[in-house]
Design a protein. Structure first.
Length: 230
């Protein structure tokens, strides 16, 4: 079995959890994902099956689109809602004009310091494992590219926006950066990935539906074969 599955990752599962679930459902050991999503995130997670695993590095380099909910007034140690609050602001005075200016500042090439709570390695150990032990190590800033950011809605507690970015971009870090620019702190509350390259959320399949399709012998309805991968 060779091809790609466009899975709609559910909230609460790690990317590796999804890989394990797909392996169980279709009975295939050679399964790998492209582009990690944190447990709180949902949306497009591509599963490379069999010989398609050789495409994983190519797909990982595709630009990605997300819809993010950014909480205002709090900064956390994980840069998202799962972390402990390390700074807060009781008076968040924002308007769309101020938000648009902040978005413009972070459009194009920007620098990001990878968060401690990430899967990057330091001397062979994942940063998040060090962070859980209270260890903080120096990380070099990385250049990423924000193609565009689009305002959706906002109130005094939350901003919802769409962002198209290069691989390697941390959206929760971007939320913290925007929060600092707005002068009121920020953290990621919800995240949905809607696009990876040519793969869209509207064409994705849930794990539950994948199981039904496999049992019905209809896996080819959703399996993207190698000759269709550009």
């Amino acid at each position: 079995m060779d091809g790609i599955l466009n899975i709609n990752k559910p909230k609460g599962m790690t990317s590796h959890d999804v890989v394990s679930a797909v392996r169980r459902i279709i009975g295939e050991k050679r399964v790998g994902h492209t582009g990690t999503l944190d447990p709180i995130a949902t949306g497009v997670l591509l599963m490379c099956i069999g010989k398609a695993t050789s495409f994983a590095s190519i797909l990982t380099r595709c630009r990605k689109t997300y819809v993010a909910d950014m909480g205002l007034g709090k900064k956390t140690d994980t840069q998202d809602i799962t972390g402990s609050v390390i700074a807060s602001c009781d008076n968040c005075s924002i308007d769309k004009e101020k938000i648009d200016r902040a978005f413009l500042k972070f459009t194009g090439d920007i620098e990001q310091v990878p968060p401690m709570y990430s899967a990057l390695k330091h001397k062979g150990e994942r940063l998040y494992k060090l962070a859980r032990r209270g260890i903080v190590v120096e990380r070099k800033a990385r250049r990423v590219h924000i193609y565009n950011m689009k305002f959706i809605t906002a109130d005094d507690k939350l901003i919802r926006f769409e962002v198209e970015s290069s691989p390697g971009t941390y959206i929760r870090t971007l939320c913290e950066q925007i929060g600092e620019e707005l002068g009121c702190n920020g953290h990621l509350v919800e995240l949905q990935r809607t696009v990876i390259g040519d793969f869209k959320l509207t064409d994705s399949v849930s794990l539950k539906d994948l199981g039904v399709l496999y049992k019905d012998g209809r896996l080819n309805d959703v399996l993207i074969h190698l000759n269709k991968i550009h």
